[in-house]
Design a protein around this ligand. Structure first.
Ligand code: PRP
Ligand code: MN
Ligand code: MG
Length: 184
């Protein structure tokens, strides 16, 4: 699939699986207090694979909500402008909310999301991201659960796209620069 576009496999399907199980266990322990009132907010579209696998790996029940925001368009670097494409359907006041993200790169999407969601008065608000890039560490966004800290390379797969492609890869790979330097 996508022959020649993927330079290398950064995180294999099995490594993702193991990490998802580990994160779900950790979250399960921390949210015993929530008493079955955990609300996962998945950030479309990138987090869709992680969200569905994570929810199924979680030993306790959770409700699923989705929000769609976009900061990238079809470029490989963040524009800094966050657009809200789909809002939550429900009120999150007094709920234990866990944002589920695929990747934190510049941190702009997440810092905007945290501000936006905390203004809705949830009982608690935390973040679980599968991937985090170095720049995100510099931005002051509190992220409780991180799957992998990865190098500053453009990665695709397992929900992550370049120009809407590669989301359906079961692993996370680095994109061959020729894909975004030679044009489409
Ligand atoms: C990507 C990714 C994160 C965000 C991270 O989403 O899924 O949500 O960018 O970047 P940042 O930390 O620099 O803000 P994108 O805007 O590409 O939308 P998508 O999830 O639909 O691909
Ligand atoms: Mn996204
Ligand atoms: Mg994207």
């Amino acid at each position: 699939m996508y022959d020649g576009d993927i330079a290398s496999v950064l995180i294999s399907e099995q490594q993702i699986k193991d990490k998802v199980t580990e994160l779900a266990k950790q979250v399960d322990e921390d949210y015993h207090q929530a008493g079955g009132d955990l609300l996962l907010v998945g950030v479309l579209k990138g987090a869709v694979m992680f969200m569905t696998d994570f929810a199924r790996a979680l030993p306790q029940p959770a409700q699923l909500e989705f929000m769609a925001v976009s900061s990238y368009g079809s470029s490989t670097s963040s524009s800094g402008v966050v657009r809200i494409l789909k809002d939550l359907d429900r009120d999150i006041a007094n709920r234990h909310v866990l944002i589920v993200e695929d990747i934190i790169d510049s941190g702009l999407t997440l810092s905007w999301l945290l501000k936006n969601l905390s203004s809705r008065n949830p009982a608690s608000l935390e973040v679980c991201t599968l991937l985090r890039k170095p720049d995100a560490v510099q931005v002051d966004v509190p992220v409780k659960y991180v799957g992998f800290d990865i190098p500053n390379e453009f990665v695709v797969g397992y929900g992550l796209d370049y120009a809407e492609r590669y989301r359906d890869l079961p692993y996370i790979g680095t994109l061959d620069p020729k894909v975004y330097t030679t044009g489409v």
